[in-house]
Design a protein around this ligand. Structure first.
Ligand code: KG4
Ligand code: ZN
Length: 341
């Protein structure tokens, strides 16, 4: 089964062709980062308009790269939520229109299920069951995964998502959007131990997270540094390092707890923050100590992309999932509402 996948939930237009027999044939991405940078974050209306502009050229590009023609495509999968409604509607309308014109089905895919399944595109995919840490700009969740659509939420952020905390901390130090890669870059030049940030909610049982206090801690530290004068560039690096260490250690502690609670030794990390090198190193060490394994996608499939949507859509379509021609998207959509395969 050959599936065209379209991703437009936020500020990236992603298109890919996935074949159930041959694997990923082609994928292309247009990132709107330069468009939104001047505003310090994503402007939803600009995002929607740009998806309209990029979508068809990207589809043509992917078809050409894969050496395919539309008549070979069996179905179109698109992100139906959660995300920015205007942006989601562009992908949904495009997918439904193409599917109608080509006489094939279209299927709405859950964005976080896409992220969760992205490591399946790698040469050594994880087997079910496993614990998944979903860490993106909008979500921080620990999920027990027993199969596709068989999700049990174990814990989640009570306030900011991990990626959001990276972005906000970066912004208040005058760094560019998105902040995660910027903080990671500066942290590499930070002085170990100059600042120590708290590990929120680790001193009590449970698997929930809270990252907004960490962001405030970073703001206070930054303001003290600015007030005291001196080398702001080094202060940025040192705060970035302390912040990243706090997020990474907090996530590692909670992942260890979740694995213990689930009685499992397989951990999957997915979503934009799973591209973070320090997080990968820390989780690999933790899983190494407990003789388990950690799985993640290549960096470009950690952040938003069309390949994960094509893959997730293909699994559901092959299982017989069908959908009407309605163009319907959801800004909020708990993953536990998905049907099991
Ligand atoms: O999954 P994603 O592309 O979009 C959402 O679904 O939200 O995640 C984007 C988030 C942003 O907050 C970005 O700052 C963060 O992922 N991110 C990172 C890194 N790369 C992207 N955070 C930390 N370290 C990174 N290397
Ligand atoms: Zn995402």
């Amino acid at each position: 089964m050959l599936v065209l996948g379209l991703e437009t939930s936020c500020d990236e237009t992603g298109v890919a062709l996935y074949d159930s027999e041959r694997g990923l044939l082609a994928d292309a991405l247009f990132s709107q980062i330069d468009l939104h940078r001047a505003y310090g974050g994503v402007v939803p209306e600009l995002a929607s308009r740009d998806h309209v502009k990029r979508m068809l050229p990207l589809i043509r590009q992917v078809l050409a790269e894969a050496g395919c023609v539309p008549s070979q495509i069996d179905a179109v999968a698109y992100t139906a939520g959660p995300g920015l409604v205007g942006a989601l509607l562009v992908g949904a309308a495009c997918a439904q229109a193409l599917a109608f014109a080509w006489g094939i089905p279209a299927l709405g895919v859950h964005h976080m299920e896409g992220h969760l399944l992205a490591p399946m595109l790698e040469p050594q995919p994880p087997e079910f069951p496993f614990v998944a840490l979903l860490v993106s700009g909008g979500h921080t969740q620990l999920v027990r995964v027993d199969g596709i659509g068989r999700y049990e939420l174990m814990g989640e952020s009570l306030d900011d998502a991990a990626g959001e905390a990276f972005d906000k901390t970066a912004k208040m130090m005058g760094l560019n959007y998105p902040g995660g890669p910027e903080i990671a870059r500066l942290a590499a030049q930070g002085v170990e131990g100059r600042f120590v940030f708290p590990r929120p909610m680790c001193d009590r049982p449970g698997l929930d997270f809270s990252f907004s206090g960490l962001k405030t801690f970073a703001l206070n530290t930054w303001q003290q540094c600015v007030g005291a004068g001196g080398d702001h560039e080094q202060a940025r690096c040192d705060i970035s390092l302390a912040f990243q260490q706090a997020v990474v250690e907090t996530l590692t502690i909670k992942c260890k707890r979740a694995l213990k609670q689930a009685g499992l030794k397989r951990l999957v990390i997915a979503g934009g923050v799973s591209a973070n090198k320090a997080l990968r190193v820390s989780l690999e060490k933790m899983l190494g100590d407990m003789k388990g394994d950690v799985y993640y996608a290549r960096p470009q499939f950690c952040t938003d992309n069309g390949a994960m949507i094509a893959y997730a859509g293909c699994q559901r379509l092959q299982a017989g999932q069908q959908e009407s021609l309605a163009i319907s998207v959801q800004a909020r959509w708990p993953m536990e509402q998905l049907s099991p395969l």
